[in-house]
Write a protein that binds this ligand. Structure first.
Ligand SMILES: *Cc1c(COP(=O)(O)O)cnc(C)c1O
Length: 341
């Protein structure tokens, strides 16, 4: 199998395993717009229970769960506080302006992580010139920050600020399970601290499609109409939800393997003369900067010649992502190719 493709572009590239496909094949389904799909209902409830929140809403993507949450929490002439490289701002097509007519207060984070003090200073005072702060949104793990994880006390301090100012707190938890596995934190702590959480099943968990938005029963009831107007009301979606349930049951603990492989890749890269800097590797993302003497396009072309795909992530920046479809044999091959350059 020395010639099989190693795709490090994203943890979204995984294909369902035969066992996951079998679970999908066996799913009991109904029309979920009529709230009659038992497998969707089971996935929504089980995901909510894991975080100690009341209810969940199954959606096609993490972009949709985030944007629905933002729409439900905000109104035009209000403002969302988030990190300047957060996914909700940078990689969701300007959806905050498009769907919600809201402004953004962008804060510079430490590898994507904000502090409570930063958040508090960004909250707008009452003044006719200003939008009103309607939402604080955090991202964990932080994608652009290289898969960095929040410490729970910092999240608790931010939640305290949010509560004191009566501003809802949302978590873009596309990779929250990576954070939980890497840190040993308890999912229920997150459910206590955040009003709403978006969880992706199609990243490291290996499902083909799907994200779940978690919150109170009343909040999720409100979001159903927003999902419908965005065109996200799905019918026999239980076939997809079954993949999500399979992923929750089988693919969470194994994220530790992805993290081990990412750490090893990070160490190999740090020792290469053509690498200027590797961001600390905390989970399954490895972001590094090449020295100017090794142009990023040449480096990516060299990898392609050896059947390896990776993403450009800014000038001279490259991102490697480990996932379900990268095994130890592939890791050995990667080490050889990286060392030979
Ligand atoms: C991938 C991702 C999302 C959602 O992406 P979709 O491709 O729309 O499912 C949201 N937030 C972060 C941090 C992500 O990495």
């Amino acid at each position: 199998m020395t010639n099989s493709l190693i795709d490090l572009r994203s943890d979204t590239v995984t294909r369902p395993t035969p066992a996951m496909l079998e679970a999908m094949f066996q799913a009991r389904v109904g029309d979920d717009v009529y709230e009659e799909d038992p497998t969707v209902a089971a996935l929504e409830q089980e995901t909510a229970d894991r975080f100690g929140l009341e209810a969940g809403l199954f959606c096609p993507s993490g972009t949709m769960t985030n944007q629905i949450a933002i729409k439900a929490h905000t109104e035009p002439l209000s403002e969302v506080i988030c990190e300047q490289t957060s996914h909700i701002y940078l990689w969701e097509v300007g959806g905050i302006a498009f769907h919600s007519g809201a402004s953004v207060a962008l804060l510079p984070g430490n590898r994507g992580r904000l502090t409570a003090a930063q958040v508090e200073t960004a909250i707008r005072p009452q003044n006719v010139h200003y939008p009103t702060t309607s939402l604080i949104s955090l991202e964990n793990t932080h994608n652009r920050g290289g898969g960095s994880c929040y410490e729970l006390p910092e999240v608790a301090a931010i939640a305290e600020v949010a509560q004191r100012h009566r501003i809802p707190l949302h978590l873009d938890g596309a990779r929250i399970f990576n954070a939980l596995v890497a840190t040993g934190q308890d999912a229920r702590e997150y459910g206590r601290l955040f009003d709403t959480i978006s969880v992706c099943l199609s990243k490291g968990l290996g499902a083909p499609v799907g994200s779940v938005l978690l919150g109170s029963k009343a909040f999720v009831q409100k979001t159903k109409r927003i999902r419908k107007v965005m065109g996200g009301g799905m019918r026999q979606a239980g076939y997809l939800a079954a993949a999500g349930l399979y992923a929750l049951h089988h693919n969470v603990e194994r994220l530790a393997d992805d993290h081990r492989r990412a750490r090893q890749l990070g160490a190999t890269l740090a020792a290469r003369p053509y690498v200027a800097e590797v961001l600390p590797v905390e989970t399954n993302l490895v972001i590094f900067r090449l020295r100017d003497t090794t142009p990023a396009d040449d480096f990516l072309a060299y990898l392609e010649q050896h059947g390896i795909k990776a993403s450009s992530f800014g000038p001279q920046m490259i991102r490697f992502v480990t996932h379900l479809d990268v095994d130890d044999a592939m890791l050995d091959r990667l080490e050889t190719v990286l060392t030979a350059l």
